[in-house]
Design a protein around this ligand. Structure first.
Ligand code: DQQ
Length: 502
């Protein structure tokens, strides 16, 4: 980019990743999930469509497979499944604004055709009386051409002076910016209020450079964890939708678990107060390894979401591959039906399918059965299960996958209560961390339809057309590729279609 000045930390990171890339073999990566060029990845950032390509940035430490002051890694794709890595886009190199990290943020195209990144700069406000370093989080900009990005000389563009009285300057992060139809810009930013925890603040701008406060969109009021992170806000199918990731959750039934969770608030913004009315509050994904969502509006009008396929509460249990840690979920198309969020793997994934195997009308009993050609670790599985005798409900459907003689993961469904259980208790994990989650399937249907997408060390399951989704990492060696089915109690009938995706 003309006039681009590469800082020393950015130049170092670029040289380092260019050097290291030769050591990362293709076999270390999943087939179609984005992983970092090298080192550590967490939240998706800057998900945007620019100059004919999808751009996905990510929280990145090229130097190790652990978190450190954050850079922004960068990849581009034409189909959201095949990714090309570009040089690291941002390094923590601004002495006043972001020397402790370029935290999560987003991207938008400016009216003049340049690409704008809006991120949280983390610096420090010195120490408190007891010697504790007091972080300062502000919202900053970098402007570029799709490869090189220059930090904006006017940074920070949103700082503590833009906060409501009860807002913390230490916890003020993860701006999500978008352009309105009239050409003006909006951004939502997460903040910690003195009372009640997270709040989502709205800002507006005529040019995406000079910003003004525009109210409080949503408040935690002490209900869902403490600080809220990574907000995203959009209209979809006649509803207003706010996605976010709360920290320090407390459990509530099978919908929310302790630790870092996700929250989808669906409703309508009150024109008078500017606050989002809450008509539905659910987890975004009811599995284990899922956090920090971000969405894009694709050129053909689809709202597509990705998330970090990981969770802060389970990272200690994951074996660090030699050069890589972390990946994104499969991109998921979102819709809202009857006030509820549905998600489904992007339709481009269907293009990777080959070698269809079909078994219809399989009678399931208590003995586990394997079906000819139904196995694998990079597969798309479509399953429909119904009771053999509608008057006599089976107790539990059991699917074992990533299975060998010793290990397996499982998905189980108990129609009497509508409980789905995903588990990796017997996956070969030797660590004591989260291995199992339960989730309630609305209406407790006797007939279940399930889509399971496996890509080596992950499974993403979509239940009843995407009404619920559960995501889980699989630590088991790839040679464990068996899949078996059985039911407990009365019989059931299974239709299976399986495709290879590799
Ligand atoms: N991770 C980022 C923050 C964000 C958190 C730092 C969520 O911006 O709040 O790596 O995972």
């Amino acid at each position: 980019m003309e006039g681009f000045v590469e800082s020393a930390p950015l130049a170092d990171a670029r040289v380092y990743e260019r050097h290291m890339i030769r050591f990362v073999s293709k076999t270390e990566r999943p087939y179609f999930h984005l992983t970092p060029l090298v080192g550590w990845m967490n939240d998706p950032n800057g998900f945007s469509y620019y100059k004919g390509k999808y751009h996905l940035f990510y929280q990145y430490n090229p130097y190790a497979t652990s978190w450190a002051p954050m850079h922004w890694g960068h990849a581009v794709s034409e189909d959201l499944l095949h990714w090309e890595h570009l040089p690291v886009a941002l390094a923590p190199d601004a002495p006043y604004d972001d020397f402790n990290g370029c935290f999560s943020g987003s991207a938008v195209e400016l009216a003049d055709g340049r690409h704008l990144l809006m991120y949280t700069g983390v610096a420090s406000d010195g120490r408190t009386a007891d010697g504790h370093i007091r972080p300062r989080q502000t919202q900053c900009l970098a402007i570029g051409d799709g490869v090189d990005y220059q930090k904006f000389e006017g940074n920070p563009v949103i700082d503590g002076s833009f906060l409501p009285e009860d807002g913390s300057t230490e916890h003020f992060r993860d701006p999500k910016v978008w352009r309105e139809d009239d050409g003006t810009y909006r951004a939502v930013v997460a903040n910690l209020a003195t009372e009640g925890g997270g709040q989502i603040l709205l800002y507006r701008s005529a040019d995406a450079l000079a910003w003004q406060p525009a109210g409080v969109l949503s408040r935690n009021k002490g209900r869902f964890g403490q600080m809220w992170e990574c907000p995203d806000f959009f209209s979809l199918d006649g509803y207003d939708v706010l996605l976010l990731s709360p920290q320090d959750m407390l459990p509530e039934g099978h919908e929310f678990y302790s630790g870092n969770g996700t929250l989808c608030i669906i409703g309508h913004v009150d024109e008078e107060t500017g606050e989002l009315g809450e008509e539905s509050l659910t987890s975004i994904d009811n599995g284990i390894d899922f956090y920090a969502t971000q969405t894009i509006l694709t050129p053909d009008g689809r709202r597509v979401m990705v998330a970090w396929m990981q969770n802060w509460d389970s990272i200690t249990g994951v074996a660090r591959r030699v050069h890589l840690f972390g990946s994104m979920t499969v991109p998921r198309e979102l819709s809202v039906r009857d006030g509820h969020l549905y998600q489904w793997p992007i339709r481009e994934l269907d293009g990777l399918r080959h070698d269809e195997v079909k078994h219809d009308g399989v009678v399931l009993g208590t003995d586990p059965i394997a079906l000819e050609g139904v196995n694998g670790r990079v597969v798309d599985l479509l399953l429909d299960v119904r009771p053999e005798d509608p008057a006599n409900l089976y107790d539990e459907l059991v699917i074992w996958f990533a299975q060998d003689g010793r290990f397996h993961c499982s998905l189980r469904y108990q129609p009497a209560t509508g409980t789905l259980i995903i588990s990796r208790e017997h996956s070969g994990s030797r660590r004591a961390f989260v291995h199992r989650r339960k989730c309630d399937i609305p209406g407790a249907p006797a007939e279940l339809s399930l889509r399971m997408v496996l890509d080596k060390n992950s499974v993403e399951a979509f239940i009843n057309g995407g009404e619920k989704a559960v995501t889980m990492l699989i630590p088991t060696d790839l040679s464990a590729d068996g899949i078996t089915f059985c039911v407990r109690g009365a019989g059931a009938i299974l239709d299976v279609t399986k495709y290879d995706l590799a």
